[in-house]
Design a binder for this molecule. Structure first.
Ligand code: MLT
Length: 445
C-alpha cells in the first residue's frame, strides 16, 4: 500500500479509501463513493478568480528559465523594486546595539507592543508628521507596507463596498480584495464591480476623480508603477471627494523618500481634513533599504470613522488596533531601533545619500531611454521609470531579457492601462544601471 497526498491510501485495485470518524470515537475505512457524502474541506473560491500567479513570481519564473537555458549570460535585474545598497551605517549600529541589549538579562525584551515601541512611534510622529495633525498613538508599526495594504481591507465590509482602484496598480491592492470576495469575475483583465481609475499618457498618469460614488479608494504617490506624483490641488480634490461620499482613502506613500520637488505633498495629512478620511501607509523598505529587514507603518487617525449596517459609527483606529493586537506580534526590537536611527540628523543624511544615488540612476535611465526615441515618465521624484513602448509589454520584456539580458517589469502585469508600457527600476548599483542601458541601446538600435 502506498500513501499519497491528502491522507488517501491507494490500493492496487485501484480504489480510494480514506479513514473517517465512525461516529462513536473510532475510525472506519470509506470507499470513494462514501466519501462523496463527506465532502472535502472547501476552498475560498474567490482565489479562483485571481490570475494564476503573482506578477513578480511570474517574472522570476521567466528569468530563472532564461538563466537555466543561458548559464553564461549575465542578467541585470531592474524589475522588482528591490534595493541593492547596504543599510545606512546608523541602522547597522542600532541593530548591533539592539541585539546586544537582547543578550543581557537586564535589557532583554520579549514580546513588544503590537502597535510598535513608543520610541519609534514618537520618532515617526516628530520626524514625519510635525506639520500634520498626527500623534504617535495613531501610528502602527508593522513589518511591511505590502502586508498593511493587503490586510487593512479586512476591517471593512465584504459586501456592497465599492472599490476605486488605479489602473495600472500595485497588484496587492486589487488581489487582496479579490481574495476577500469584493469583486466579480475577471473579464478581459478587469474585475467586475470595481471602479478603475485609469492612468494614461492623456492624464499624465494621474487619474481623474470618478464620476460615481465609491467607498474605498486606493491611491499611491509617488506612484508605483508609473512614478507619477500628485500635486497638492489634486490630493485636495481627492479628500473633498472622499468627504462628499463618506469614503476612505488608503494612501500609500512607500516612495516618499524620493520626493525632491518641494511643492509635492509628502503626506496626505498636509491637506486639511484628510485625517477624517484617509489612512496612510509608509515603509522603511525603499527609504532606508529595509526590504529584507522589514519595517513599515500605517497611520490610522482617531478621527476616522466608518459605519456598521445599522448606520452606527465606529472608530477605524479602534478596529485596526483590535486587528493588530489579535493577528500581529510586532516587529523585532533591534529592527525598530534601526528604524528609529533613521530619524537622527546623521540618519537623515545617510538616507538622503542612498536615495540620491538611486535617483541619479533614474536620471541615467531616463536619458538613455529618451535617446532611443521612447517616451517615459517618472524617475524624478520616484525610483521607477515608466516607458511608453507602444508595443506588447510582455513581448518587450522578453526582448530586453533575451537580447539585452536586462529584466524590466511588463506594464500589462499592473493592469490593462499598463499594456504598451514597461517599468524600469532604478534600484541597482551604478555600474549595473550603466551597463544595462548600454545593452538596451545596443539591442534596440
Ligand atoms: C515593486 O517592484 O513593485 C515593489 O518592490 C513591490 C513591493 O514593494 O512589494
Amino acid at each position: 500500500m502506498e500513501t499519497s497526498e491528502g491522507g488517501l491510501i491507494k490500493l492496487p485495485q485501484p480504489r480510494l479509501f480514506k479513514f473517517l470518524p465512525d461516529g462513536s470515537g473510532g475510525i472506519r475505512q470509506s470507499t470513494y463513493s462514501q466519501l462523496l457524502q463527506f465532502p472535502m474541506i472547501r476552498i475560498n473560491e474567490n482565489y479562483l478568480k485571481l490570475k494564476a500567479s503573482y506578477l513578480f513570481a511570474d517574472i522570476a519564473k521567466r528569468v530563472n528559465e532564461f538563466t537555466a537555458a543561458n548559464p553564461d549570460k549575465s542578467v541585470i535585474k531592474l524589475g522588482i523594486g528591490d534595493v541593492t545598497e547596504p543599510l545606512p551605517e546608523v541602522c547597522v549600529q542600532a541593530l548591533h546595539d539592539g541585539a546586544d541589549e537582547l543578550s543581557k538579562r537586564e535589557t532583554f525584551k520579549g514580546y513588544g507592543p503590537e502597535q510598535g515601541y513608543a520610541f519609534l512611534r514618537e520618532a515617526i510622529a516628530k520626524g514625519d508628521y510635525s506639520d500634520c495633525p498626527i500623534s504617535a498613538d495613531e501610528i502602527f508599526v508593522s513589518d511591511g507596507a505590502k502586508c498593511d495594504s493587503a490586510n487593512i481591507q479586512e476591517i471593512f465590509a465584504e459586501d456592497g463596498l465599492k472599490l476605486a482602484i488605479p489602473d495600472p496598480v500595485y497588484p496587492v491592492y486589487i488581489d487582496t480584495n479579490v481574495m476577500a470576495g469584493r469583486t466579480g469575475e475577471n473579464v478581459d483583465d478587469r474585475y467586475q464591480g470595481v471602479t478603475y481609475l485609469e492612468c494614461t499618457p492623456e492624464n499624465n498618469y494621474v487619474p481623474a476623480i470618478p464620476s460615481e460614488p465609491t467607498d474605498l479608494i486606493y491611491l499611491c504617490f509617488p506612484n508605483n508603477p508609473t512614478g507619477a506624483v500628485a500635486t497638492r490641488e489634486q490630493l485636495a480634490a481627492w479628500v473633498d471627494y472622499a468627504k462628499a461620499n463618506s469614503a476612505i482613502i488608503l494612501y500609500d506613500v512607500a516612495y516618499v523618500a524620493f520626493i525632491r520637488d518641494e511643492s509635492i505633498p509628502k503626506s496626505i495629512y498636509e491637506i486639511p481634513g484628510a485625517d477624517e478620511v484617509a489612512i496612510e501607509m509608509r515603509s522603511f523598505s525603499k527609504t532606508a533599504g529595509f526590504t529584507g529587514t522589514r519595517c513599515a507603518y500605517t497611520v490610522v487617525p482617531k478621527k476616522l470613522q466608518a459605519a456598521d449596517s445599522a448606520g452606527n459609527k465606529h472608530s477605524v483606529h479602534g478596529l485596526w488596533n483590535r486587528r493588530q493586537a489579535t493577528k500581529f506580534n510586532g516587529v523585532s526590537y533591534p529592527v525598530q531601533k534601526a528604524a528609529e536611527a533613521i530619524y537622527t540628523a546623521e540618519g537623515q543624511a545617510q538616507v538622503k545619500a542612498k536615495t540620491d544615488m538611486y535617483l541619479e540612476n533614474a536620471a541615467i535611465i531616463r536619458e538613455a531611454i529618451t535617446k532611443l526615441g521612447l517616451s517615459c515618465v517618472g524617475g524624478d521624484n520616484a525610483p521607477y521609470i515608466w516607458i511608453n513602448t507602444g508595443t506588447d509589454s510582455w513581448a518587450f520584456f522578453d526582448r530586453l531579457l533575451n537580447e539585452a539580458g536586462v529584466v524590466c517589469t511588463p506594464g500589462a502585469g499592473f493592469g490593462t492601462c499598463g499594456e504598451g508600457h514597461v517599468r524600469i527600476s532604478a534600484f541597482n548599483s551604478r555600474e549595473n544601471v550603466v551597463t544595462a542601458m548600454e545593452r538596451i541601446a545596443a539591442a534596440l538600435a
